[in-house]
Design a protein around this ligand. Structure first.
Ligand code: ATP
Length: 461
């Protein structure tokens, strides 16, 4: 009988190495030794980016396959071994979790995924959910906090919008922060493959596909289709060995972490929120380059911050004035000794601009020079020709604002979270391969060509 299995894995990496996607790649390679059929690309699922115990981008991975064989025990043991051997368990903050679920994914897992995208979920809630599943096995090391991300990744649905990421891996023992890559080739490839995005930050002149940590990821290329991310990889020039590659289907850059509008009083630390409000106190520049303004939402006053790393975005923020109506998107930072609870901005939309009126000084009807006031409760006079008017009537003109309604103002690429939807991502979704079978075929087509993507073969071109 054909059985479907779902694997979720999370929290295996640390600041000093490893990456949960690399561990997932090892699991895929392990599964390829068995008579299994992958039903999808492995899924790289980003969860609430404001979780305090994340290592980098709060990513978890899910893998789905089917098999007719009674081999699940062997597979389960092998995968547990991979996690035990490769997880960075010496790091006090690494708490690996592995979930193995048979059959259709129960609705509780989908619900968990949607919650984990924007709020803090307790480990206890997840353990209760797992307990209810008769076909479930799970494994964890230490506190096992990774079970939260692992179970949420199993529940992830990538139906309406999704993207792909091609990840190339270097030797995991290679701990240097530098990646040897030709920047010009990245820019050229970016221009040639429009269905990829966030390859290069043109405003801040930064390559965005290479991370800077001591992890095995050499680079990650993001795009709308698997062919686009492969094409981009083929076009870039790199100067170090690549030991493996994988393509993930992901929820990255789909903005799913902002599912609803919050009212001021509903805001609490670590949530990802969208809040509708009115600018109560105009933007102030703070030491360190941060720009902060205050909104009123219902009866709550909330600080909103465009921190220094958001670069040019701060120019937009500085244009806000009192009474502008806005929709702010961001992560909630808890209050500190010095600062109140604050929304760390990822995006702002202006829903209503307050008009700014400027007084126009009348002209002298005789010599056209500008009239000036004759004094309090008096009229106007012309200093040039001594004309005097007893009336003090000014007209006003409306000053055009530099910011507009109906525009998504998003932080620059170099400051974006993995879930932030870049402004460039306006590609309609028909580019995606919709029927399930095509996704499956696309993954197998990738696996067939995969050997060509390691460096030795790539450099021979
Ligand atoms: P990556 O480096 O792979 O991008 P990450 O390493 O930054 O991701 P982890 O090390 O996996 O993140 O740490 C995140 C931890 O937070 C995991 O233990 C995960 O289970 C947990 N977690 C994820 N989302 C939530 C949530 N919404 N509520 C509570 N815990 C969460």
């Amino acid at each position: 009988m054909v059985q479907t299995w779902h694997i979720g894995v999370d929290d295996t990496d640390s600041q000093n190495g490893m990456c949960t996607t690399y561990l997932a790649t090892l699991i895929v390679d392990f599964l390829l030794k068995f008579p299994v059929k992958f039903l999808d690309f492995p899924k790289l699922i980003r969860l609430n980016p404001n979780i305090p115990y994340k290592t980098r981008g709060n990513g978890a991975v899910a893998i789905t396959f089917s098999t007719t064989e009674e081999i699940d025990e062997k597979i389960w043991k092998g995968i547990v071994e991979i996690v035990e051997k490769n997880a960075e368990i010496k790091d006090p903050k690494t708490d690996p979790g592995l979930v193995f679920l048979q059959g259709e994914v129960p609705s509780g897992f989908h619900k968990l995924y949607h919650q984990a995208l924007y709020r803090v979920v307790s480990l206890e809630t997840v353990k209760q959910l797992l307990k209810k599943q008769p076909t479930e096995k799970h494994f964890y090391l230490k506190k096992g906090r990774g079970l939260i991300g692992a179970a949420a990744a199993v529940g992830a649905t990538l139906v309406n919008d999704y993207t792909y990421e091609f990840i190339a891996y270097r030797d995991p023992n290679q701990k240097k922060s530098e990646r040897l890559i030709d920047p010009t080739s990245v820019i050229n490839a970016d221009k040639n493959v429009p269905l990829t995005f966030n390859n290069y930050d043109y405003e801040n002149k930064q390559i965005m596909i290479t991370p800077h940590g001591p992890d095995p990821v050499f680079c990650g290329i993001r795009g709308e289709s698997c062919n686009a991310v492969i094409r981009m990889w083929e076009l870039i020039k790199i100067f170090e060995p690549i030991i493996s590659t994988m393509i993930f289907r992901t929820n990255q850059h789909t903005q799913v972490h902002f599912p609803k509008i919050f009212l001021g009083h509903e805001i609490s630390p670590y949530l990802s929120v969208t809040v509708k409000g009115i600018v109560e106190k105009k933007p102030r520049d703070h030491p360190g380059g941060h720009v902060i303004f205050t909104i009123r939402s219902e009866n709550s006053l909330i600080d909103c911050a465009a921190y220094e790393p958001t670069k040019q975005f701060r120019k937009i923020i500085r244009e806000l004035i009192e009474e502008d109506e806005v929709l702010v998107f961001g992560g909630v930072r808890p209050a500190s000794e010095k600062n109140p609870i604050t929304i760390n901005l990822e995006e702002i939309q202006i829903t209503k601009l307050t008009p700014i009126k400027q007084r126009i000084t009348p002209k002298c009807p005789i010599c056209r020079a500008s009239l000036t006031s004759s004094g309090r409760n008096q009229g106007l006079k012309c200093k040039k020709c001594s004309y005097i008017s007893t009336k003090k009537e000014f007209s006003y003109k409306q000053i055009s604002r530099k910011i507009r309604t109906g525009v998504r103002y998003v932080i620059p690429v170099c400051a974006q979270r993995h879930l932030t939807k870049p402004v460039s991502r306006i590609v309609p979704l028909q580019f995606h391969l919709s029927p399930e079978i095509d996704i499956q075929q696309a993954f197998y087509a990738f696996l067939e060509r995969r050997i060509l993507f390691t460096t030795n073969t790539k450099n021979k071109k």
